[in-house]
Design a protein around this ligand. Structure first.
Ligand code: DGJ
Length: 502
């Protein structure tokens, strides 16, 4: 019995062992199958995602080609999204053109910042590009270096019969002012006083309750200083050097390299014979919100820095100055968390503001003001407040420089919808009257490159005043008082032949 009974036990054990082995095999096979299927699904998903991103690129590029009249090479997207992350977060909205424009890893971004070999190069004269402006291309000075004059403005100096272009020298490393911030946005308890209230609403749609906001990380460059370039023809620019230098050592100085110096503008005071520079002075967090003043005996400096202040005891961020035909000058600045603009008359020596100040475009959130005058009427171009991201320009007009100011609508003409609604992917900085060509101006703007601010590009485009405005004035049913302001998109253009001889 014992022997008989042992055999089946062994058999049973063998059977059990065999069935266990096959069960294990089946489990392993199933596991492998699941892994293969999963891997396949991942691959398919990744391919789908890549195709989707590629399609989006293709359609954006198609749109842009219509505007640029040039074939862009569309390479597959460089940064691929992790499919697991996509699954975790769920499908996201496809990136907008502005997202792509801002994303340095996007091929769309690269199209907006063509390589240096496409530069406007005054040394390369004798070819058919001479005197042509190519908005968005690298612009070289007479020494062959890219012009560093961002957020700038131009004056014509009667004494030397020369144009001088002043602007921010951003030829330093771009970094995130808040190092803990994520690449695009930093979540933090930053107040509305920060420079980017409207970014959230219009670009990133990431508003937190109350006054606590999710704010785009501030990309900045240490203060290098204000550059000056000279020209007789508004096309060939000679570098006159840094005419107001950043401060290396003294950390309490307004111009200490860790601070912010933006949008410098210069006017000449006929009474004192001085060149006076006004600029936006701030700390890294944009909470100082002040203007700075500097002075020089010569257009090419050096400028001596005098002081900074909050004009009329108000915050002042983006700003410009304007000198009227009668010699009176004005400071125009974004204030009250950038929600409104202020205009204040300067003292006769242009070194301070008087108490004469008016608020305008209240609750409109405008910045980057550029003021000019035509035929007795004052005009201004402004941008919305979206940090370094482009947005829609507006033109405004007034019969008195102190206001009231009326909004005329978007001045951008030509290109396509995307171009017109983003000021051709740029932001206003100055409007330059062209002597001898009444009613013709050059609109100067910056195409900011937030990931490499020194490589931000210049857009110079023709601006004219004439015809009826797009939008009726707010308060009047009468015949419109204002003319239309038009800024025309051109991939390539130049001032009329003979202008330089006039
Ligand atoms: C927009 C302003 O117009 C620029 O001058 C600069 O201050 C950026 N914001 C900073 O994000």
């Amino acid at each position: 019995m014992g022997g008989r009974s042992r055999q089946p036990k062994v058999l049973a054990f063998r059977c059990y062992a065999a069935s266990h082995r096959s069960l294990t095999m089946v489990v392993w096979c199933l596991a492998a199958l699941v892994m293969v299927v999963n891997f396949h699904l991942l691959l398919v998903h990744k391919e789908d995602e890549d195709t989707r991103v590629h399609e989006i690129h293709r359609s954006i590029v198609g749109e842009l080609e219509k505007v640029e009249e040039e074939k862009f090479r569309v390479s597959p997207p460089r940064s691929r999204r992790n499919p697991r992350a996509v699954r975790r977060k769920g499908e996201q909205k496809p990136p907008s053109v502005v997202d792509e424009f801002l994303d340095e890893s996007s091929s769309v971004h690269a199209m907006f910042f063509p390589e240096r070999k496409m530069a406007i190069d005054p040394k390369n004269d004798g070819n058919d590009s001479v005197y042509f402006y190519y908005p968005g291309r690298v612009w070289l000075d007479t020494a062959g270096n890219p012009i560093q004059a961002h957020g700038g403005g131009v004056i014509y100096d009667e004494k030397s019969e020369t144009y001088f272009w002043y602007g921010e020298n951003k030829d330093g490393k771009t970094y995130k002012a808040h190092s803990k911030g994520a690449d695009r946005c930093v979540q933090g308890a930053l107040m509305r006083a920060y420079n980017f209230p409207a970014v959230l609403d219009s670009v990133y749609e990431a508003q937190l309750p109350g006054d606590m906001l999710q704010v785009c990380s501030v990309r900045k460059v240490d203060i290098v200083g204000v550059s000056c370039y000279s020209s007789k023809d508004l096309w060939t620019w000679r570098n006159e050097g840094v005419v107001l230098r950043g401060e290396e050592k003294n950390a309490t100085h307004d111009l200490h390299k860790s601070n912010v110096l933006e949008r410098p503008k210069v006017i000449y005071n006929d009474r004192t014979g001085k060149y006076v520079m006004w600029m936006h002075i701030d700390d890294t967090n944009y909470t100082k919100a002040s203007v700075g003043v500097a002075i020089s005996n010569s257009p090419t400096g050096p400028f001596s820095y005098l002081y900074s202040k909050r004009p009329h005891d108000c915050e002042s961020r983006d700003m410009t100055i304007f000198k009227d035909d009668n010699g009176k000058a004005y400071l125009i600045y974004s204030s009250e968390d950038n929600s409104e603009l202020h205009i204040g008359q300067l003292t006769d020596d242009y070194l301070d503001v008087t108490n004469n100040m008016r608020r305008f475009l209240i609750a409109q959130h405008r910045e980057a003001p550029a003021l000019f005058k035509y035929d007795g009427t004052y005009y201004m171009i402004t941008s919305g407040c979206t940090g370094w991201a482009p947005n829609t320009a507006l033109a405004h007009a007034a019969t008195s420089v102190m206001g009231p100011w009326e909004t005329l609508g978007n001045p951008c003409v030509g290109g396509n919808d995307i171009f017109r609604s983003t000021t051709f992917f740029s932001q206003s900085t100055f409007v330059l009257p062209i002597p001898g060509l009444s009613g013709s101006f050059i609109f100067m703007a910056d195409r900011w490159n937030p990931s490499e601010l020194r490589d931000s590009r210049y857009l110079w485009l023709p601006l004219t005043v004439g015809g009826l405005p797009d939008e009726a004035a707010d308060y009047s049913f009468m015949f419109p008082l204002w003319s239309r302001v038009s800024i025309y998109w051109h991939r390539r253009w130049r001032l009329p032949e003979g202008w330089r001889e006039s």
